[in-house]
Design a protein around this ligand. Sequence first.
Ligand SMILES: [Zn+2]
Length: 390
Amino acid sequence: MDCSLLDFCRQLIGIEGVSGSEKQVADRLEEEMLHKGFDRVDRDPYGNVIGMIEGTLPGSLMFEGHMDSVGIQDRSLWRYSPFGHDFINNRLYGRGTSDMLCALGAMIHALGDLATEGKRNHATLYLVAVVQEEIFEGIGFGKVLDLHTPDAVVLGEASELKLMLGQKGRCELRIETFGKNAHSAHPERGRNAIESMAKVLHRIPQMTCHASPLLGEGIMVVTDIISRPYPGSSVIPDHCQITIDRRTLEQETKETVLSEMRQELSLVFPDSQERLPACKCTIPTASALCYTGERLGGERFFPAWMIDEDTPLVGFAREAMGRVGIPFETGYYPFCTDGSESAGNRNIPTIGFGPSSPSLAHIIDEYVEFNQVLVARQVYREIAKIFRAN
Ligand SMILES: [Zn+2]
C-alpha cells in the first residue's frame, strides 16, 4: 500500500534507532525504496543502505543522510511523544524528526517520484542512509564512497531550506602529561602529572586559532580531563589526560593542527630533558560496533570543507530552489557533517540542503515543521532532474 510522506516519517520516528542499533530503521528504509521503484537497494557490511535508480544521462548524483539518532535520555522530560505520535499545528514531534529521518524520508520519496515517472532522462541517482554518524561524522559514509564515487553529493542535514556551502571541521586532540608516582605524604619524591597539566590548561586560552572570512574563527575548548590513579587516594598521579575539541578551517590539516599544538607545548615545557616525556599530543582513534557485527572506526579528525558559489552543482540547486519558489539563501553548517568525508577528504562537490533548523537537533521535544519537509522533497526532486555531470 502506498504510504504518504507524513506516514512514512512517523513510522521511521516510531523506531528507536540509536547509533549501533539502526537495523530496523535500515529495514524500513530499504522496504520503502523498493516499494518506490528503486532499481537496486544494497546493504554494505556496516549496515549502510544504498539505493540506486539508473538514469540515461552520464554521471551520478548521491543524496545522503544518516539513519541513526541520539536516543532519548529521560522520557519524562518530553512534553510530546518522542516516537512521532504527535502531529500538531504542522509540527511533527519526535527524536530524529529534525536530525534527520524526515529529510531521509523526503529524499526517498523525491527520488521515488522520478522512478515512478519512469522517464529516466536524468543522471544515475543514489540514495545513501548511513549508520553511526552521531559517533563518527563521515566514517560510515566513507565506506559507501569506497564502493561508489558519485560526481556530486547532496547532504540532507537540517539547513532551514537554505543551501549550505561548507562547514568547519572537527578534530579531537588528546594531550597527556607524565609524572612519577609517590606517596602524597612525600610529594617531593614524585612528579605530579596534574600540576604539569595545569600549565597546559593555563596556556590554552592564550593560543589563538586561525580565522576564515566565510567559516569564521577556529575553536579550541577542553572537553574532559582524567588523572591516574583515579580516584587518587594518597598517591601523586603519574598521568593526566585531557581532550580538546578543535573546530578547524578550510586550510587546516591533521599535520598543521598537531604541529601547532606541539609547538605550543614545547613552550610550556621548554627544558624537558627527562627520561620520560613531560607531555604528548595525539589525535585519538575510536571504534564502535555496527548492528551487523562489523566494527567501524578511525581517527577523530574530520576536515572542514567549502564549495565555490559558481560551481555547476550550486547552480543546479539554485535553479531547483527557484522552480519550487523558495529564496536562494546560502550559509555554512554550524556543526560537522558527512561532507567532511565527501568534500573534505575526497574533493567530491558537495552541498547541504534540509528541512528544519540545526538548533532543533538533539533537544527535548525535537520537532520538524512538516511543510519544510514537503518543500525539501520538491527541491530534491528538482535537483535530481536538473543535475548534469560536467
Ligand atoms: Zn545529523
